[in-house]
Design a protein around this ligand. Structure first.
Ligand code: SF4
Length: 488
């Protein structure tokens, strides 16, 4: 157990997340007074105060009555001219806590004090403030405690992204459409996906409501410019081709034909066939995902996927034959029972297919998931101590792929990150927009989240659609009203 006593600031949540990153198993208790420390587990004190020279952040960790480590950061020592005082306070407070936790655990977290899911946003902000790439890397290393390799990775990604993100155009927007049905539910799934065999009766009504939402929303953005469209889920190709055709037809009819990029996440190979691929190609859609997650048949079966690795190869070859020029494939590291050998076998097979985009996820263990409880026992990669990243990088290099977006998740296996790779100039623009949040994305369908970007404050306003199918179908007008309030 960790008892946390804070004085002089209000960064409880940030400190909580940082402690959890270092000590994920520990319960964290907030104290109001030091007398409440029951002398069970560690006591961490975090304070911000002003002395003669200026503001100082100090963190101290003790066990019973013994102080183990303490660390002080003078705010004046942080050399980022353009940051507000609040930003500097936060850096100093987290920096001092980071130091004592590193000392205690002997663990140098590669992502330093960052606990958020979009580390690249900080790189973009530093570049926007006028810092050079080298200076931004230096700030990330020194003040955010990010290790050199990760800071360089952010730098390389930001170079690719900035070609697409800038100049910022407030009239530009993208659309995300959610089709929440799947052929079966994978055991690690963290989305609100619905098994199609159980929810088949809902599909037609769902599609009708979605089309209504498309029609009504398009009236709100008639003066703006549509950038990209992404149909995801769930598995969009799990519904009948006729329904998917109707949805795409309505997108073009209502939002216009002038769409820079249109992606359909076909996803599960067991839903991909000649009919659906031909329909997509007839709409000139040339970008899809076919997601194996692993090419190990034993694992696929164990996690509840109803396809095998042969289905992946067949779906991929068929899509290529029909002219899809950009195919993304998703893999997951840390699946139960998979060690380095299984991952290497999967990567060898993916290398033979040579997809234009590859996204490598680390298994994220959401609360309540069966795997969360058992992760240490079932994940041989975590136990092996092998540097997985180096092994993967060899395959990435051989496939001539470059990282172009990155995000982290809470409770991610090995405290790592998910990375999207692409061959040169074949990046998915929607993924960049969605991750870096410098463009409005309108979410349509069950569980889709709209993110309205304000370029003046550089902030987004999130408006989620309902996560349950009954709410989505029965309360669709409430969702349209919510969008009207922001867009009109
Ligand atoms: S295919 Fe994706 S969305 Fe569908 S159940 Fe599996 S993990 Fe969830």
């Amino acid at each position: 157990m960790i008892s946390l006593l804070i004085s002089g600031h209000n960064y409880q949540h940030d400190l909580y997340e940082l402690i959890r990153a270092f000590l994920p198993e520990e319960e964290i208790l907030f104290l109001d007074r030091v007398e409440e420390y029951s002398k069970v587990g560690y006591l961490i004190k975090s304070s911000l105060y002003e002395d003669k020279k200026g503001f100082v952040a100090i963190s101290e960790i003790s066990l019973y009555d013994d102080t183990l480590y303490n660390y002080k950061v003078d705010i004046n020592s942080i050399n980022i001219n353009h940051y507000s005082q609040e930003q500097l306070f936060k850096l100093a407070i987290k920096g001092s806590l980071f130091q004592i936790l590193s000392n205690l655990t002997k663990n140098n977290m590669p992502w330093g004090i960052l606990t958020g899911i979009r580390p690249n946003k900080i790189m973009h902000n530093l570049l926007d403030l006028g810092y050079s790439n080298n200076k931004a890397i230096e700030i990330l290393s020194k003040e955010y405690k990010i290790n050199k390799i990760k800071a360089e990775l952010l730098n390389n990604i930001s170079k690719i992204q900035r070609k697409h993100l800038y100049p910022i155009d407030n009239d530009k927007y993208s659309i995300y459409i959610s089709i929440p049905f799947c052929p079966s539910i994978c055991s690690y799934c963290s989305f609100s996906s619905l098994p199609i065999n159980k929810y088949n009766n809902f599909v037609e009504e769902y599609v009708n409501n979605l089309i209504y939402e498309i029609q009504e929303t398009s009236k709100l953005v008639s003066k703006k410019k549509l950038n990209t469209v992404y149909i995801g889920g769930g598995t969009p190709t799990s519904i009948s081709t006729v329904f998917l055709d109707r949805i795409i037809y309505e997108v073009y009819k209502n939002f216009g034909e002038n769409i820079l990029e249109f992606t359909v996440e076909a996803g599960r190979p067991d839903t991909i066939n000649y009919e659906v691929l031909t329909m997509l190609r007839n709409y000139n859609i040339n970008r899809i995902s076919i997601n194996p997650q692993t090419m190990e048949d034993r694992t696929l079966k164990a996690v509840g996927r109803t396809h095998n690795s042969r289905d992946v190869v067949d779906a991929y070859n068929l899509a290529k034959k029909l002219g899809f020029s950009i195919i993304n494939m998703d893999l997951i590291l840390g699946l139960p029972g998979e060690g380095i050998e299984e991952v290497k076998r999967t990567l060898s097979k993916i290398k033979e297919l040579d997809p234009e985009n590859l996204t490598i996820h680390n298994l994220s263990l959401k609360r309540g998931s069966f795997y969360k409880k058992n992760i240490d026992e079932i994940n041989p990669i975590k136990q092996s101590g092998i540097n997985m990243e180096d092994q993967i990088q060899e395959y990435i290099n051989e496939m001539e792929l470059y990282p172009y977006y990155l995000y982290r998740q809470k409770q991610i296996s090995g405290n790592l990150e998910n990375i999207g790779y692409s061959k040169k100039n074949m990046e998915c623009l929607y993924n960049i927009s969605m991750m870096e949040e410098k463009e409005t994305i309108i979410g349509l369908g069950m569980g889709a989240v709209s993110k309205f970007y304000n370029p003046i404050t550089n902030r987004i306003k999130r408006i989620p659609n309902f996560k349950g199918i009954n709410d989505y179908i029965n309360r669709i007008d409430e969702l349209i009203k919510n969008k009207k309030e922001v867009l009109l």
